[in-house]
Design a protein around this ligand. Structure first.
Ligand code: KIV
Length: 292
């Protein structure tokens, strides 16, 4: 596999707030391995999220909850090798930051030191605020995530839009302001009504990255597999599919299988030659072995 071309020079984290000021939209996509990180880089994406959505998209679980630190470190390490210019944000999996500030810092340090992540993302507000303070205090940039927070989907009553009443919208705004005050450099707003997300975006100095939260956010994030149509089945309503790669891949695999079964792959062009005299000597060796 070719490793070129790709861009060099990391996007400075401080540029994100400048982009917000200039009204320049920020583009984020998830990536979970070297090729997806490299492709995101080559496409000029600003932020790569090694999301715990990997538990579902690449590990085959039913939710994000089973993702472990070891799973996420492996995936983040590979994605970071490919994503040189984009800032790489590693998602802290369920259980890696809920227990204590100390454990959150210990695990986040692993993402930075062992995987080459530039920042981490944590879900929620409330108890998460002290984690944000501890992490930023340790010098680790933190992205917040409010609205639909999949790690606590059960408590939220399922995968549903959040902030759909005035009081819930106000709670979200308060959470956003508290996370900003605690030091988050950016916030993901997931499945928040567009007008609410827009008001929150206007109230913050740090950029918001929306998913299912409308065009009023400072940037957008989509899951790699969703936007590329890398699996069959229904995607959430906020997903725009830019390709149907699952269908293309299936057709390619079926053609490959048919070629192998029909004996038409490999062709001469896919094989390596041996000099005629070497082949003659090899055959002579074989013949003499057969005689003994
Ligand atoms: O894990 C993930 O991919 C995410 C995005 C949906 C924001 O958290």
């Amino acid at each position: 596999m070719s490793t070129r071309p790709r861009t060099a020079g990391k996007l400075p984290l401080t540029d994100l707030a400048e982009m917000k000021k200039r009204g320049e939209r920020i583009v984020m996509v998830t990536a979970y391995d070297f090729p997806s990180g490299r492709l995101a880089d080559a496409a000029g994406i600003d932020l790569v999220l090694v999301g715990d959505s990997a538990a579902m998209t690449v590990l085959g679980h039913d939710s994000t909850v089973p993702a472990t630190m070891e799973d996420m470190l492996l995936l983040a390490r590979a994605a970071a090798r490919g994503a040189l210019r984009p800032l790489v944000v590693a998602d802290m999996p369920f259980g890696s930051f809920q227990v204590s500030d100390e454990e959150a810092v210990r695990n986040a340090v692993r993402f930075v030191k062992e995987a080459g992540a530039d920042a981490v993302k944590v879900e929620g507000a409330g108890p998460t605020l002290s984690r944000v303070l501890a992490l930023t205090g340790a010098g680790i940039p933190v992205m917040g995530h409010i609205g639909l927070t999949p790690q606590s989907a059960t408590m939220l009553g399922g995968y549903k839009a959040q902030g759909r009443t005035a009081s819930k919208a106000r709670e979200l705004l308060d959470d956003a302001l508290a996370l900003e005050a605690a030091g988050c450099f950016s916030l993901v707003l997931e499945c928040v009504p567009a007008p609410v997300a827009e008001r929150i975006t206007q109230a913050l100095a740090v950029p918001t990255i929306g998913i299912g939260s409308g065009a009023g956010c400072d940037g957008q994030v989509l899951v790699f597999h969703d936007l590329l149509g890398l699996y069959e089945g229904r995607a959430p309503r906020f997903v725009k599919r830019y390709a149907d790669l699952a269908a293309e891949i299936r057709v390619a695999l079926e053609r490959y299988a048919a070629d192998v079964r029909a004996g038409v792959f490999p062709e001469d062009a896919h094989t390596y030659a041996i000099a005629e005299n070497e082949l003659t000597r090899f055959e002579a060796d074989l013949a003499s072995r057969a005689r003994t």
